[in-house]
Design a protein around this ligand. Structure first.
Ligand code: GDP
Length: 368
């Protein structure tokens, strides 16, 4: 049995963590958190951390004892410098909360790259965890909609770099911009994206701790994640009634199955493909053909098969990337955003029009 720690930092991290707990509790009632047992096979501990108490209160499926409020007025206002100070001041408290939960084999830290709390806490938390413990730590990072503004873009660029430098064993990317075709308003897009990330992570945990027909385990996952440029993404597809497993694999690897835009046949470096379903539906020939097709262009592919009676075929693919053209695009617009913010700051510092306007009433009082 694996001991797994999942931390959700900031609003986005908290919400994805809550979606994970909802799935794990089996979508019962709002009261699930008070009485029900999680369905995890592994020993999974979840911790939500935030400076904004309202984000923590919003969580419906995560136990109160697992929601850690770090007081700082009303959050850190997308300012990563403030966030870093707040983390530093509360580091001992946060690390104690983790220590009290025992020993772990693997940890996932979920955050958005672009806000204030999660984006500043995550690299620092990963660094602390890596200094203190031996287990691998993976960051699950949500990238912003590109039109969300200059501060979010610059935060995303610096946050990703900080996480890479923190000693994280890998970064799994999910991209709001790429996934927004889920449609609807922002809130339903968020919920849809959060559910996608949650389902994939739970499937992965299930697979790492499973009696499989063909086994993949935490060791294989670590090998996959150590390939490429330290960046990864996850594909998933659930077949409908008549779909052959071959098509489900192709769909999980196609852009529409991925959390981050990539042509995996060109950009992936290592992969792990896990297929779960009723034995009748899992043609070993079809599975082998598709896996060989992938390995001929990316190199090594680990393959796992989990037999579940009566289940339609579901496919999960973890892929590390050796290049990521979409990330280069993000960085080029982030550079513009950083320059824009810097120029604006310089302008504010030199042009004192507003001060000049105010100075006209220096020494005067209103008369009524
Ligand atoms: P923090 O609380 O200061 O860490 O900031 P947030 O987590 O709110 O970060 C803002 C970024 O996260 C923006 O790019 C939002 O689009 C994104 N975001 C906020 N909430 C969610 C959510 O529930 N799901 C997803 N997918 N993205 C979110």
């Amino acid at each position: 049995m694996l001991n797994i720690l999942i931390v959700g930092n900031g609003q986005c991290g908290n919400r994805i963590l809550d979606a994970i707990n909802r799935e794990a509790f089996g979508k019962k009632s709002r009261l699930a958190k008070f009485y029900s047992q999680q369905k995890y096979k592994s020993n999974v501990q979840t911790i939500a951390i935030n400076t904004a108490v309202n984000d923590l209160k919003e969580m419906k499926f995560t136990k109160a004892k697992d929601r850690i409020h770090i007081p700082h007025l009303h959050g850190v206002g997308a300012n990563r410098n403030v966030g870093k100070h707040v983390f530093e001041d509360n580091k001992t408290h946060i690390m104690r909360q983790i220590e009290e939960r025992g020993n772990f084999d693997v940890c996932f830290v979920i955050t958005s790259a672009s806000g204030g709390t999660g984006s500043s806490f995550t690299p620092m938390l990963v660094k602390e965890l890596k200094e203190k413990y031996d287990f691998p730590v993976y960051a699950v990072v949500v990238l912003p909609f590109r039109e969300e503004g200059t501060l979010y873009l610059q935060n995303a660029a610096f946050c990703l770099r900080d996480i890479r430098e923190s000693g994280a064993d890998g970064i799994i990317l999910a991209d709001n911009q790429f996934l927004k075709q889920m449609g609807g308003n922002v809130e339903s897009a968020y919920n849809g994206i959060n559910d996608m990330v949650a389902r994939r992570l739970l499937f992965l945990l299930d697979a790492l701790d499973s009696e499989m027909m063909m086994v993949t385990d935490l060791g294989d996952f670590k090998t996959v994640m150590s390939g490429g440029a330290g960046l990864a993404t996850i594909g998933f597809y659930e077949a409908d009634t008549d779909m052959p497993v071959r098509s489900a694999i192709q769909k999980a690897l196609s852009p529409s199955g991925l959390l981050f835009s990539s042509d995996v046949y060109k950009e992936a470096s290592r992969a792990m493909v896990i297929i779960r379903g009723d034995k009748e539906r899992l043609s070993i020939d079809e599975i082998s053909t598709e896996v060989e097709k992938l390995s001929s262009s990316v190199g090594h592919v680990f393959k796992g098969i989990i037999v579940r009676d009566g289940e339609l075929p579901q496919v999960l693919a973890v892929l590390t990337l050796e290049s990521a053209s979409e990330l280069e695009n993000l960085y080029s617009i982030a550079v513009d955003a950083i320059k824009y913010e810097r120029d604006k700051k310089e302008r504010v510092a030199t042009v004192k029009d507003v001060d000049r306007a105010f100075s006209q009433i220096d020494g005067m009082d209103p008369s009524y």
